[in-house]
Design a protein around this ligand. Structure first.
Ligand code: SAM
Length: 225
């Protein structure tokens, strides 16, 4: 697929952020190391979200090929492998892929391929399931819809998260736009599920659950054939 200019711009901003500015903070947030109050609520919310997304897949994943799309430091990939899956764990950031590989327990190393790349790359092949936790949250609706439809052509089920379009998040989003200090971080784009549904091409989009924990506010969704 030929990526749009907005997709490429978002992707390079996300890559720079996670591969450079935020690598250490992200490694810490996703580890067992103690974190401060706000980060602890985010970690707790993300733990709940990971469990919720995993609950959308069969308990026994033996023989299933799964894409962990935007795998970060790899916690989800390890949980998928522990349930028997063959996992392709892909991320834009070489630094995070390296951390993910180093954190992977030896028992699961043979089941997970960690690789640097783009979620949307068709060369990754076909899958039984795709999970994209907090990785599609930066993309604008046309790019998001295109990515989801591209993935659905290669997998019957995509479990993913988005930032909901709540008044609080919209206010934060607008403020974020006003302050150049936040220029380094990629901005989350809150979405309306109804508007996204209209932009999609044929699959069924279900809103599963919203999880709120301190500054972590995220909606689990499922896109299916
Ligand atoms: C907020 S982190 C979440 C990481 C992981 N899924 C988790 O929940 O711990 C977002 C991740 O998505 C990755 N990402 C965003 N867009 C991507 C794309 N188009 N292809 C591959 N990775 C992408 C980023 O590099 C980053 O590591």
């Amino acid at each position: 697929m030929t990526e749009s200019a907005t997709y490429l711009a978002t992707r390079s901003r996300v890559e720079r952020y996670f591969d450079d500015h935020a690598t250490e903070a992200w490694a810490q947030l996703t580890s067992d190391a103690p974190v401060s109050g706000i980060r602890a609520t985010v970690r707790a919310g993300r733990d709940r979200m990971r469990a919720r997304l995993l609950s959308l897949l069969p308990a026994d994943l033996t023989g299933r090929r799964i894409l962990d799309a935007g795998c970060g430091t790899g916690a989800l990939a390890v949980e998928l492998a522990a349930r028997g899956a063959e996992v392709v764990a892909v991320d834009l950031s070489p630094a995070l892929i390296e951390i993910a590989g180093s954190r992977c327990p030896a028992a699961f190393a043979g089941q997970i391929t960690f690789q640097v790349g783009d979620i949307a790359d068709p060369d990754l092949g076909h899958f039984d399931h795709v999970i994209a936790m907090d990785s599609l949250i930066y993309y604008h609706r046309p790019d998001l819809a295109r990515t989801l439809d591209g993935l659905l052509a290669r997998a019957p089920q995509i479990a993913f998260t988005l930032a909901p379009r709540t008044p609080l998040l919209m206010a934060m989003w607008r403020i974020g736009k006003l302050f150049p200090a936040s220029e380094k971080s990629p901005r989350m784009v809150p979405h309306s599920v109804t508007a996204l549904r209209r932009a999609l091409d044929g699959g069924r989009l279900n809103e599963v659950e919203r999880i709120s924990s301190g500054f972590y506010i995220s909606t689990a969704l499922e896109y299916r054939r």
